[in-house]
Design a protein around this ligand. Structure first.
Ligand code: G3P
Ligand code: CA
Length: 298
């Protein structure tokens, strides 16, 4: 009898242990928000950067006039916590190379953003010099408000602790989060998956694009895809690696594809034919022309 009692107590205790609630949250991770499914989104890469210095107000103004759906902004953070629209994490000040993270926003104004524009063979006009300043994100958001859509790249987030929080703070301050409408006001992209996951955890309403640079044909393993789909809604891929097979495989997983950087009409038409969902381009005027072309004979 005692043995039977003991067995009963053991079985009862085991049963209770099995029902212990997990210490981990049972809340499912929020689903990534879908990207706009327009047949062909025009994302102005650093603005209309074929024609003036990228990441300046002038480049963004031009892009908007040329019919871009999104303006793309590269984001770095200065020593004094300003988010600046700048492609490189290093600037030359007084002939010395310095990390953006080590200089203030005022100091960075000494860096001329112009030389690459002068070297650009496509450049045909020099806009007002004032607009070629390096600007911070809040100035861009103040300038355009909700009249445009923003495609923001976390450029070197590992160098800037707190950059994700500051970005979300500014977007909230400008009332650009959780907006109704056919197209999200803001999309965030990065090569850095950790930065995107942090943003997804803090603000799941923002659609995210994971960037890749493939050496050969674009391809993702099942494992990579499974992880990606936890936080991202699409992929940004170097255009020379994109194939129709890759696009099909992404679409099967409900992931959209935005190749970068596409500047010629022929490639644009080819990409539309094989089903891309948008392109990053320095020439939004060409992309608009292709999109509006009455004879879409791709
Ligand atoms: O978003 C695609 C593209 O902008 C990433 O490359 O170097 O032009 O910022 P990069
Ligand atoms: Ca970029």
């Amino acid at each position: 009898m005692r043995k039977l009692m003991l067995l009963f107590i053991l079985l009862f205790t085991y049963g209770c242990m099995q029902q212990q609630p997990s210490t981990q949250s049972t809340e499912p991770a929020p689903e990534p928000v879908p990207l706009p499914e327009n047949d062909f989104l025009i994302i102005a890469h650093r603005g209309a950067s074929a024609y003036t210095t990228g990441n300046t107000l002038a480049a963004y103004e031009m892009a908007v006039q040329m019919g871009a759906d999104y303006i793309e902004i590269d984001l770095q953070m200065t020593k004094d916590g300003k988010l600046v629209a700048l492609h490189d994490s290093v600037v030359t000040l007084h002939d010395v190379q310095q990390a953006v993270a080590d200089v203030t926003f005022d100091e960075i104004q000494l860096h001329s953003p112009g030389p690459e524009f002068n070297e650009n063979p496509l450049a045909y006009t020099l806009p007002n010099f004032r607009d070629l300043r390096i600007v911070d994100l809040s100035e861009i958001l103040d300038h355009f408000g909700d009249s445009v859509n923003y495609y923001i790249e976390m450029k070197s987030p590992e160098e800037y602790p707190g950059i994700e929080e500051e970005l979300l703070r500014q977007l909230a301050e400008h009332q650009l989060l959780n907006r109704e409408g056919a197209m999200p006001k803001v999309i965030v992209q990065s090569f850095d998956a950790e930065s995107l996951k942090d943003i997804h955890a803090m603000e799941p309403s923002i659609p995210l694009t994971q960037l890749y640079k493939f050496r050969r044909e674009a391809k993702l393993s099942k494992k990579e895809l499974k992880e990606l789909k936890q936080y991202a809604s699409g992929v940004g891929v170097n255009v020379n690696a994109v194939t129709s097979k890759f696009i099909e495989s992404m679409h099967k997983e409900n992931l959209l594809v935005h190749p970068y950087t596409v500047n010629d009409e022929k490639t644009m038409r080819h990409l539309i034919k094989i089903g891309v969902n948008g392109i990053f381009t320095d020439r939004p005027d060409v992309a608009s022309w292709v999109r509006n072309s009455p004879n879409r004979n791709y």
